[in-house]
Design a protein around this ligand. Structure first.
Ligand SMILES: C[S@@+](CC[C@H](N)C(=O)[O-])C[C@H]1O[C@@H](n2cnc3c(N)ncnc32)[C@H](O)[C@@H]1O
Length: 351
């Protein structure tokens, strides 16, 4: 075991949705990382990363232990050098790390496979890279079986003609932040909700409202961040309210069926609003959406305490900013994320 491994530090990368890397890095309190961009994801590379960091973050989709140094692949003949990257010793070290941090069921016979994400189409085809890596793994581990899906996944990130290869440490559970998936149209991915929870950072004792809470993802992530605040949510869909109540069952959260344009709350009573706003494009009502945004913001601003803040996510940012400029408030965009091929922005709004 190398000195670095024995200290619980490894070459790690974290995969987030595109746009979330800067917020993820800030949430990790100054851990230094380099960000590589893929069409729908950001990849944060750490030359040193502690195991604690891997367990702590809820803003990621996946994490990997990287094998060796990135390999330059410009033509098919460079594939020979993959020999160096697919190291038996490092793969075994990654399996040990995975077992320690994200333990799964014990298996009799390991199944494996390789997956590849790339920044754009290149001269060397992704299929060829994958086939070569699988061949090398099979040579090194004769008893393992190539299968899809597999228990052990190698992931290649082919960016700027360089291949970064890693062993996936996480599994599906991390994408749902260890809770049961609650699915409904418009439901937010937990990693995005965790980013918004970080951006609003509820404090102990505060009243935080999600006025259009859908399946309750945002409230759940806020609660994971600060369990000692008072959370209230609601939606005008009874189906959404039922799902939220189920999801947040047992927690000190109140969920109501209500109309977000006339909330049953007093003026200057709310510390924070957090909300994933209905998207005009998504709901097919682009004309009506500016009136809706105007009505909602005006109402919520009256309910907000003078020192309060809103953290809202919107896909129609141009239209949204037009509406904001017509209101008595200060606002700034605090980040963005790509969801289903569309960029959405986070806004912090104050009175
Ligand atoms: C984008 S979704 C929110 C999704 C939620 N963040 C989640 O993770 O499931 C917007 C929600 O606003 C609700 N909604 C739309 N208009 C509303 C209104 N006028 N009053 C209350 N809820 C409303 C919809 O039913 C929908 O659940």
């Amino acid at each position: 075991m190398s000195k670095r491994e024995s200290k619980g530090q490894h070459q790690i990368s974290l995969l987030t949705l595109a746009g979330l890397a800067p917020i993820t890095l800030r949430s990790l309190h100054g851990v230094q990382g380099r960000v590589l961009q893929l069409p729908n994801h950001d990849l944060i590379m750490f030359s040193r990363c502690e195991e604690r960091t891997l367990r702590d973050t809820r803003l990621i989709e996946d994490s990997f232990m990287m094998l060796g140094k990135p390999l330059s692949i410009r033509s098919n003949k460079d594939l020979v050098a993959l020999e160096r990257l697919v190291s038996e010793r490092e793969i075994m070290a990654a399996i040990e790390l995975k077992k320690r941090i994200f333990p799964g069921r014990a298996v009799k016979r390991v199944t494996f496979n390789t997956y590849l994400k790339q920044d754009k189409d290149r001269k060397v085809y992704r299929k060829q890279i994958v086939a070569r890596i699988n061949q090398l793994v099979q040579q090194r581990f004769r008893r393992w079986r190539l299968q899809d899906p597999a228990q052990l996944e190698l992931w290649g990130f082919y960016i700027d003609e360089k291949l970064h290869l890693g062993v996936r440490l996480t599994d599906q559970r991390v994408r749902y932040n260890y809770s049961k998936p609650f699915l409904r149209k418009g439901a937010l991915r937990p990693s995005v909700a965790a980013a918004m929870a970080y951006l609003i950072s509820p404090s102990r004792g505060e009243l935080i409202i999600d006025p259009m809470c859908g399946t309750g993802t945002l409230l759940q992530e806020c609660m994971a961040r600060q369990p000692d605040a008072h959370y209230v949510g609601g939606d005008n869909s009874t189906e959404a309210v039922q799902i939220s109540q189920q999801r947040l069952d047992g927690s000190a959260t109140d969920i109501f069926c209500w109309q977000a344009l006339s909330l049953p709350l007093g003026p200057n009573s709310v510390d924070g609003f957090i909300c994933n706003m209905p998207f005009g494009k998504q709901y097919g009502a682009l004309k009506a959406i500016d009136r809706l945004y105007g009505g909602l913001l005006e109402h919520w601003l009256t309910l907000l305490k003078p020192q309060g803040r809103m953290l809202l996510m919107v896909a129609d940012d141009v239209l949204f900013e037009q509406v904001l400029r017509g209101l008595q408030c200060r606002f700034e965009s605090t980040g963005k994320v790509k969801l289903l091929g569309t960029w959405a922005r986070f806004y912090r709004i104050e009175k």
